[in-house]
Write a protein that binds this ligand. Structure first.
Ligand SMILES: Nc1ncnc2c1ncn2[C@@H]1O[C@H](COP(=O)(O)OP(=O)(O)OP(=O)(O)O)[C@@H](O)[C@H]1O
Ligand SMILES: [Mg+2]
Length: 321
């Protein structure tokens, strides 16, 4: 378990993290999302001890992450693999040697049969068995990230930290890399923290997410809870617009979860014997569950009836101003 309690960090007089408290459970895929400059990378670097923090505490399975105790920190870092946006591969080394590099760094022999077996099986896990001796310059962006993932796994970490790991990749390659991370999480039980500004990443793989703004966690929860019915700051971040809505009558937005299967809209029209227009709607996939929202426009005199009906049917709703 990774526990952050009131973590504060500043660079000179710039306060970057202003009291962050979050708990990340073992085996979880946890997202940290927010605009550029929100403090996401700094937070991640504090978790793996690359950056110090001024106050509060960060513990990993009860051990304090602190730059004061270098020996403990090194062991903590060994348990945390890291993946970056720009892959950080060494051009003079081939795929095999790049994956083996952390072992070399830790003084582990890389030419024993066990080491070979391990490195080759990781390269096979990420689907690059036919590129064992290719150089990074001979690989596509997605393939480079696969090498970086294999390298992050080579010391058997319990945690993988990803900083914008898919930001340089196109949408279909992004989906493939995310599936691979999901597979690693499920099969190896590795906890994964993903820092991203891409809502799609969070939607596809994260079980929980924190929304960071100006060094503060403004919202935390399941992605569907944060994004389907977002608070104002999240809405601004998503730059979501429900388009032009009618200026007459009342616009009501309805929120649907995967459990709301009843055809509420048509049932309501029949039961209340009213007419309304459907103005806007969307359906979204969250880890393969579909959630959605719909904006309807009703006559002002019907508003109360409609809202009472939606309450009775336990549909989440809000009147749009
Ligand atoms: N080493 C540093 N020295 C001084 N200021 C820094 C340093 N690293 C980060 N900052 C500042 O801290 C703030 C947060 O930076 P950080 O890199 O954590 O943001 P981010 O959320 O990861 O942004 P992005 O999405 O652009 O990667 C920024 O204002 C940045 O300029
Ligand atoms: Mg960053």
């Amino acid at each position: 378990m990774i526990e952050l309690k009131d973590v504060r960090k500043s660079f000179d007089d710039l306060d970057v993290l202003k009291g962050i408290s979050i708990t990340i459970n073992d085996g979880e895929i946890y997202g940290i999302i927010g605009q550029s400059g929100a403090g996401k990378s700094t937070l991640l670097r504090c978790i793996n001890g690359l950056e110090s923090y001024q106050s509060g505490s960060i513990t990993v399975d009860g051990t304090l992450v602190s730059q004061k105790d270098k020996n403990t920190l090194r062991h903590l870092q060994k348990n945390m693999g890291m993946i970056f946006q720009n892959f950080n591969l060494l051009e003079r080394l081939d795929v095999y040697e790049n994956v083996a590099l952390p072992m070399k760094f830790w003084g582990i022999k890389t030419n024993t049969p066990e080491a070979r077996k391990k490195i080759e099986s990781l390269i096979s896990l990420v689907g690059l068995s036919d590129k064992l001796h290719a150089r990074p310059s001979e690989l596509s962006g997605g393939q480079k990230q696969r090498v970086a993932i294999a390298r992050a796994l080579v010391l058997d970490p319990k945690i993988i930290l990803c900083d914008e790991a898919t930001s340089a990749l196109d949408p279909s390659i992004t989906r493939e890399i995310l599936s691979l991370l999901q597979q690693i999480n499920e099969q190896m039980g590795i906890t994964i923290i993903v820092v991203t500004h891409q809502m799609e990443v969070v939607k596809q793989i994260c079980q929980r997410v924190s929304f960071l703004k100006d060094g503060t966690v403004l919202a935390e929860g399941k992605p569907e809870d944060l994004f389907i019915h977002p608070i104002r700051e999240v809405k601004e971040f998503l730059q979501e617009e429900s388009g032009l809505l009618p200026t007459k009558g009342t616009n009501i937005q309805l929120f649907f979860t995967d459990k709301s299967s009843d055809p509420v809209i048509t049932m309501m029209a029949r039961e209340l014997n009213i007419d309304f227009s459907i103005c806007w709607g969307k359906l979204e996939d969250f880890r393969s569950n579909v959630y959605g929202s719909l904006v309807i426009n009703v006559n002002d005199e019907d508003t109360k009836k409609v809202c009472d009906y939606l309450d009775k049917e336990k549909v989440n709703w809000e009147v749009l101003k």
